[in-house]
Design a protein around this ligand. Structure first.
Ligand code: SF4
Ligand code: SF4
Length: 219
């Protein structure tokens, strides 16, 4: 899932300056889980913006605003409201904001109400952990399923830097050194020999931005 943090109300108001009629789009998936763009947060924002002289023309919470076809379908039910709006505020990740623009259901300015932090897994209720940075060349098969690209702040590919103390990373003592976790996991799996394999420098051509992939072409 994509982990987001709501922008401060002051920042949202700044982004909406000179705009009066606001339509809000939330997100029924990730931003609901992160409590940044679900129904509760969107309703609260509607109330706060109204108190600050904004006219809320309407709101919708698509299941996943990052899916352009879904967003198109959901927004088609709000043509009148969108026509009355001079700004669309999206409470979702950067994918959602740009998919809303791609939907081409309106011409108004689109404003983002959230900061996108990372693609993460929920480890316990309300706790998110970044496990993968979509590097395009996955090493998990030789590292016991633990990602050094993402979970080591230096993204070291061939073992630890030597700065860990009591199992904790030298960059952030609150976090485990992933290379120690990798060592322990490989030992458990009987695959410690993997530690000796030399991983070549990453080929960054494999995750050139922007990433575009068409499953249609592959079939
Ligand atoms: S190596 Fe790490 S960052 Fe790269 S694809 Fe695998 S899990 Fe993701
Ligand atoms: S202590 Fe471990 S996790 Fe931290 S930077 Fe060094 S190798 Fe990476």
């Amino acid at each position: 899932m994509i982990v987001t943090k709501q922008k401060s109300f002051q920042d949202i108001m700044e982004a909406l300056k000179n705009k009066t009629n606001i339509f809000i789009i939330g997100c029924g998936e990730c931003a609901t889980t992160c409590k940044t763009g679900g129904e509760d947060e969107v309703k609260l924002l509607c109330a706060e913006l109204s108190k600050n002289n904004k006219n809320i023309t309407g709101f919708v919470i698509p299941k996943a605003p990052c899916v352009v076809s879904q967003t198109k379908r959901d927004l088609s039910k709000f043509r009148a409201e969108l026509e009355r709006s001079d700004c669309i505020l999206v409470m979702a990740c950067g994918l959602g904001v740009q998919a809303v623009i791609q939907s081409k259901r309106f011409n108004s300015k689109v404003v983002s109400g959230c900061d996108t932090l990372f693609a993460g897994s929920m480890t316990s209720l309300g706790e998110f952990f970044e496990f993968c940075s979509s590097c395009g060349e996955c090493l998990l098969n030789i590292t016991g399923g633990l990602c050094p690209v993402t979970r080591c702040p230096k993204s070291l590919l061939n073992g630890p830097c030597g700065g860990a103390k009591d199992g904790k990373c030298e960059v952030d003592r609150t976090k485990d050194c992933v290379w120690i976790l990798i060592y322990e996991r490989l030992k458990e799996l009987g695959e410690l020999d993997n530690i000796k394999s030399i991983v070549k420098a990453k080929n960054h051509r494999k995750n050139l931005r922007p990433g575009v992939r068409s499953l249609k072409k592959e079939n």
